[in-house]
Design a protein around this ligand. Sequence first.
Ligand code: ZN
Ligand code: ZN
Length: 345
Amino acid sequence: MKMAVYRGERHVEVADVPKPAVVKSGDALVRVTVAGVCGSDLHIYEGRVPGCEGWGMGHEFVGVVEQVGPEVHRFKPGDRVVSSFYIACGHCEYCRRGWTNQCVERGAFGYGEFFGALGGAQAEFITVPLADTTLEAIPDGITDEQAIFVGDILATGFFAAERAEIKPGDSVAVIGAGPVGLMAIMCAQLFGPARVFVIDMVDSRLEFAQGIGAVPINATETHPVEAIKAQTGGYGADRSIECVGVLEAVQTAIECVRGGGTISMVGIPNHTIGDFPYLDVWQRSLTFRAGWCNVQPHMRPLLDLIAAGRLKPESIISHRMKLDQADEAYRIFDARQATKIVLTP
Ligand SMILES: [Zn+2]
Ligand SMILES: [Zn+2]
C-alpha cells in the first residue's frame, strides 16, 4: 500500500510499504478515506523531531473499519470512524479521570519512534491500537471532511476554550489565526463571549477569522496588547487563548488579559524553557493553563455540535489533494500557502 514516509528534513516520499494488519487483540485495521496535514506534522517535516526517519507521517484521519481484533467491542468491519490523533487505553487512572493525554499507554500516530512507534495516517491503511478508546463512530449525515477535525484540531480548540473559562459577555483574545486558532475562535463562541479578538500577522488569515466572527488585529501594524486594551476600556481581555507556541505569543497572551484573567495555552512550544513573568502573574492574579488536548472525551460532543450545525470546521479546508501529491502538499503547507490540506488515497 501507499504511505507518506518521512525521509529527512523537508523530504516526504509516497512509498510502497507492506499493508498493516491487526496484531494485538485491541487493534482495528482502518482503510483511510481522508487524512489531514497538520501544523504539528511540520515539526517533523522541518527536522525538529528525532526518531521519525523512515516512519509514516500523519495523525489526522477518518476511514472505514476493515477488520478488528477479538477484544474490540465498539466497532465492526464497515463502520465509518474518526480517530483521535493519539491512542489511549481507557482504563488507567488518567483515562478514568478524562485525562487521556496522560494515559500510561499513550502514543501518537505518525510520530515514529519519538512517540509510540505507530503507523502514519497519510496512507491507504492504518492499524489503530486500543481501538475502543481511540476511535469514534461517525454519525450518518456528517461527512468525512467534517469528522476529521474532531480527532485533533477542533478538539484542541474546544479544550483551549473550555480551559479559558469563558463566561457569557467576556472578551477573549485568540493569539494566532492558523488552523488551531480558527478552531479556538469557533469553539470560544460556544461559550457566549461578547467579543473574540484574534491576533496574527497575515492578512488573509485575519480576513478568514473575521469572516467567522472575530475582531482582527494585525500585529505587524499595531501593538496587539495596546490594541486590545484600547478596545476594552484600558483593562485587557478577560481570557486569552495561545495557539502559536512561540515565546512572544505566550508573552502577548499573558500581557493582553486583565487582572484576574485566564490564559489558556495550546500552541506546541518551540522552546523547552524561557522566562516566565512570575511577579506579574502573581500581582495580577492570573490563571495560566497549558497543555494538549484530551481528545477522546470531546469527540462525541463535537460530532453532535457539527451535526447540529453549530460548528463548521470543514470551512477552513483550502486544498484537497491526492495522497500521491503528499510531497507537494507538505511543500505548500510549509510555505504557509495553504490553511488546511486534506489528502485522499
Ligand atoms: Zn495535529
Ligand atoms: Zn489510559
